[in-house]
Design a protein around this ligand. Structure first.
Ligand code: FES
Length: 168
């Protein structure tokens, strides 16, 4: 399986690795590129990057786990990004995360069993006037209250969420 994925390594990634190979900061730039192309950092890809830029796999994983932006698991079909920049944090970003956990049954950096939703925390997304803010699949929701969440998540067609609507 991993061999297959390596054999199919995206040409854009190979070109990018060749361009960055000898440059300072190559590790971060290349890992960003892997994530941009594949959506997350599959182990086989981390191994291949390690081989191609001649950096131990342990160092690659050190970088991946240090920077929270890197994902080791495939994100859900709908990625929920909750802003925890200062304004959003002060206006209740934590409540949003807790309520998402109540409704979806998953914490930050986790994916629902059906693969539909995943939750991540992000830094300021640039619309602090709307704090607290979350983004789902590229759509921004602002001035959030936890009671808004069942309806918003219902937009993504989750019948279980509709059952839980009365519960909030
Ligand atoms: S802090 Fe959340 S949008 Fe700026």
């Amino acid at each position: 399986m991993e061999t297959q994925q390596i054999a199919q390594l995206d040409k854009r990634l190979l070109d990018f690795i060749n361009e960055w190979k000898g440059k300072k900061g190559k590790e971060i730039m290349i890992l960003h590129k892997v994530q941009e192309i594949y959506g997350f950092l599959l182990r086989a890809l981390a191994m291949e990057v390690s081989r191609l830029i001649d950096l131990p796999l342990a160092k690659i994983y050190g970088i991946i786990t240090f920077y929270h932006i890197f994902k080791l698991k495939k994100p859900g079909k709908y990625q929920i990004s909750v802003c925890m920049g200062t304004a959003c944090y002060l206006k209740g970003g934590n409540d949003i995360i807790s309520e998402l956990e109540n409704i979806l049954g998953i914490g930050v950096n986790c994916v629902t069993e059906d693969g539909k939703f995943s939750v991540e925390v992000v830094r300021c997304v640039g619309c602090c006037g709307l704090a607290p803010v979350m983004i789902i699949h590229g759509k921004t929701y602002g001035n959030l209250k936890k009671g808004d969440l069942p309806k918003i998540l219902g937009e993504y067609g989750e019948s279980v969420l509709l059952d839980k609507e009365n519960h909030v």
